[in-house]
Design a protein around this ligand. Structure first.
Ligand SMILES: [Zn+2]
Length: 266
């Protein structure tokens, strides 16, 4: 029998790619030591936010989910053939506390389907993090998705990998640490699968292409059945299969998400 977690938390750092290796990120480093991961998790192409977050939440590539930045900014996602992991969890668990706290609000309004009784919040990374920490301790959500956006903003303004970008990434690592600490303070760390990752990286002051800097992102997952310090192979579109397996929820029959080999010992 596969071990079923009571909680899954995903913290996605927009535009972080695998640049953590170039700056101080003690929290990400600790997640890698305490769990399984890779710095070559392949994202979807084109390496653009809506396309990649869309794949992370639906388990299918952009040509299938059809999401683009301009679409998610103007209309809700309605696609019965390719639901998000939020919809799959809700269909299986009517009472589960689900939440999406995304600085880039189109994730809340244009990727997660409406009408699922998901708690939404949006705001600048630092203030949003404070509210996320209170929320975790207060509600102990079954599934919490977080998107931090300031790193991507710094990449567009100053260049991906620039000093200011890397400083912002270190700050995001601090936010990640606060969220991890809130999970521990809430007393749920033992049965939480905790994931940190990114939607894409960047090159120069943009992204969307297929260079290594744009298409590879870091991925780290910590949980009681995740082997410490092991390296796994996966793509961003595999992440909903991980969430489904962790929570004991059935995946979508026609998605392309696969459970990475070696992520769970049971
Ligand atoms: Zn993005």
């Amino acid at each position: 029998m596969a071990y079923v977690y009571s909680h899954v938390v995903i913290v996605g750092i927009d535009g972080a790619g695998n640049f953590y290796k170039k700056t101080e990120t003690p929290v990400i480093d600790r997640l890698f030591r305490e769990g399984a991961g890779t710095d070559r998790c392949l994202t979807s192409l084109p390496s653009i936010s809506a396309e990649c977050w869309g794949s992370m939440l639906t388990g299918v590539p952009p040509e299938v989910h059809g999401l683009t930045n301009s679409i998610v900014e103007r209309e809700p996602y309605v696609n019965k053939d390719h639901p998000t992991i939020f919809k799959l969890i809700r269909d299986a668990r009517s009472e589960a506390v689900l939440a999406s706290f995304s600085n880039w609000s189109p994730i809340n309004t244009g990727i997660v389907e409406g009408g699922l009784d998901v708690d939404f919040d949006s705001g600048d990374d630092a203030e949003l993090t404070e509210r996320i920490c209170s929320y975790i301790k207060d509600k102990k959500p079954v599934f919490l998705f977080v998107q931090l956006d300031n790193v991507d903003g710094a990449g567009h303004s100053y260049g991906y990998g620039s000093d200011k970008y890397l400083e912002t990434l270190s700050r995001a690592d601090g936010h990640l640490g606060k969220i991890r600490a809130a999970v521990e303070e809430a007393g749920i760390a033992d049965d939480t699968l905790f994931i940190a990752t990114a939607d894409h990286g960047g090159l120069g002051q943009s992204h969307g292409g297929d260079s290594d800097e744009e298409k590879y992102v870091f991925f780290a997952a910590v949980g009681k059945t995740v082997p410490k310090g092991s390296v796994i192979n996966l793509e961003v579109k595999d992440i909903p299969a991980i969430v489904a397996r962790a929570l004991g929820v059935k995946g979508a029959p026609n998605w392309n998400a696969r459970l990475p080999e070696g992520l769970f010992t049971e």
